[in-house]
Design a protein around this ligand. Structure first.
Ligand code: COM
Length: 501
């Protein structure tokens, strides 16, 4: 078979990494070809970020209706009509195909990148076959993504057991759901399912959100408690039971066997890179099934690169896209390297979101000793606040408030569920070490805060910025309040928020 054309690189997989890499490659003057079986943008608009964003809106709406129904001037809302199945149906009908078109249009028409559609087969490091046609590339970039990791337990194949991939496919509203795995996907899913009248229980073998700052974890788990979302940590799931479909989950907890009745199970214990298509090339594969790459996204085979989730964690769209960009630069003859420092992290917990970048307080104390916290709230909140009431003595209950449009509403009517803002500073250098937030709309700022951390931004520099009050994350004004201190101390009388979830 004669090759169709020769390309500077074949991008095997047109997900976030392949699409952005090919675009960067073309912009640098190269000739890329994307080989894609399903969708440009990968799983994004099928079941990952675009879907998550849409579903977050839906879940926030449901949660806000629940919170505000009948309060103040808000009408009483019939909450029995809230439906997860209906919410995802509209995504399937409109959102998913619309996003797919956008990606296709942007890639092929706007950017003019060649795409060959179909299931590709890697023949060798310069040759890919698609539907009997041969395509030749000087370089090959593997961007085949990842899949959910499934535990090897009885019942895992029962109908009703799903992963994030099946979430948009739900056709009937579950009543009781068990989420296996309390990482950011599991906690985010729990927070998103609960507003839809679903009783949610999270079972985590070790610790939920172990890498997150204690105060953010406390905020989330206290909020879960109030909303009736149950969490078990240190619990070992042994079996999923059911005749025709899932009926319960059996687990060992503190030496006891426990059974959790449910009609749906969401498995979220991690991701496994799809490295298999690259194995025949002889690329090195790591313990987690990832393709091993160097800082320049090169595999051990010259001219073969791996990008995105296929090359292992961190599993984050920005990292996928940046790996694509770095591979493109290196294909074009540069010597570019990935920088994994100060990568932000984010979870939707409707109607709010949690975002962080840099060190947690515990990590900062270990590394820098006495650190300064610039934080609100900085002490206990009323235990079971009634909507619309003021609680003297809890001076931090609502001000300064954290977040955007929901903040004041959540303070006044939402049982004091407005968020948390925390910056950690090294008092000697006055440089920030980490930023943490629970709020509404703060995540946008973290894209830039991660860069400020990297360049060693100080409290004094932050205090010189121009805030547009009320803003979503409050770091400018909070820093300005203390930046005048010669010896940086932060706020007086910091009182820890208790672990009371
Ligand atoms: C995520 C998909 S929206 S991509 O990164 O734009 O291709």
């Amino acid at each position: 078979m004669a090759p169709e054309k020769e390309y500077d690189a074949i991008w095997f997989g047109g997900g976030a990494a392949g699409r952005f890499g090919a675009a960067f490659h073309k912009a640098l003057g190269g000739k890329p070809l994307i080989v894609e079986e399903h969708h440009l943008g990968g799983e994004c608009h099928v079941c990952r970020c675009a879907f998550e964003n849409f579903f977050y809106d839906q879940a926030s709406m449901a949660e806000l209706m629940r919170l505000y129904s009948g309060k103040s001037w808000y009408p009483n809302i019939d909450l029995s009509n809230i439906s997860l199945a209906k919410a995802v149906e509209s995504y399937r009908k409109v959102g998913q195909p619309a996003f797919a078109d956008t990606m296709k249009h942007q890639t092929e028409k706007q950017l003019g990148i060649e795409v060959v559609w179909g299931k590709g087969k890697i023949i060798d490091k310069n040759t890919v076959e698609v539907d009997g046609k041969i395509y030749r590339g000087k370089n090959l970039v593997i961007g085949t993504g990842s899949r959910p990791t499934m535990p090897n337990i009885p019942g895992i194949d029962l109908p009703g057991v799903m992963t994030y991939r099946d979430h948009p496919e739900i056709r009937k509203d579950p009543k009781k759901m068990v989420v296996i795995g309390g990482g950011k996907i599991g906690i985010g899913k729990a927070a998103m399912f609960a507003p839809f009248n679903i009783e949610v229980t999270v079972l985590e073998k070790y610790t939920c959100l172990p890498k997150w700052d204690r105060d953010v974890r406390n905020f989330i788990f206290r909020d879960f408690k109030r909303r009736g979302i149950k969490i078990y940590e240190g619990i070992d799931v042994k079996e999923i039971k059911g005749k025709e479909k899932v009926e319960s989950v059996v687990a060992q907890f503190n030496g006891e066997t426990m059974e959790f009745p449910c009609d749906a199970v969401m498995v979220s214990i991690g991701l496994t890179p799809n490295s298999e298509p690259a194995i025949p090339l002889g690329v090195k594969i790591g313990k987690g099934n990832e393709i091993i790459i160097d800082e320049g996204c090169r595999t051990n085979i010259p001219g073969v690169y791996a990008v995105g989730d296929a090359a292992g964690p961190p599993y984050f769209m920005a990292i996928a896209r940046k790996r694509g960009m770095i591979a493109a630069k290196n294909i074009a003859g540069e010597d570019a390297k990935m920088d994994y420092s100060f990568v932000p992290d984010h979870i939707y917990i409707p109607p709010l979101e949690a975002t962080c970048v840099g060190l947690t307080e515990a990590e900062a104390r270990e590394k820098y000793g006495d650190v300064v916290l610039i934080q609100v709230p900085w002490g206990p909140k009323p235990k079971d606040p009634k909507p619309g009431e003021y609680y003297p003595g809890f001076e931090n209950q609502g001000l300064p408030v954290c977040g955007r449009m929901h903040t004041l509403n959540l303070f006044f009517y939402g049982q004091n569920r407005n968020g948390l803002v925390k910056a950690i500073v090294d008092p000697k250098s006055r440089k920030y070490l980490g930023f943490h937030s629970v709020g509404d709309g703060a995540k946008t700022a973290f894209q830039y805060l991660s860069y400020l951390l990297k360049i060693g931004w100080t409290v004094d520099q932050m205090a010189n910025l121009h805030e547009i009050f009320l803003n979503a994350e409050h770091f400018i004004q909070l820093s300005r309040l203390v930046a005048g201190q010669k010896e940086l101390k932060g706020f007086a009388a910091q009182v820890y928020l208790e672990d009371d979830f």
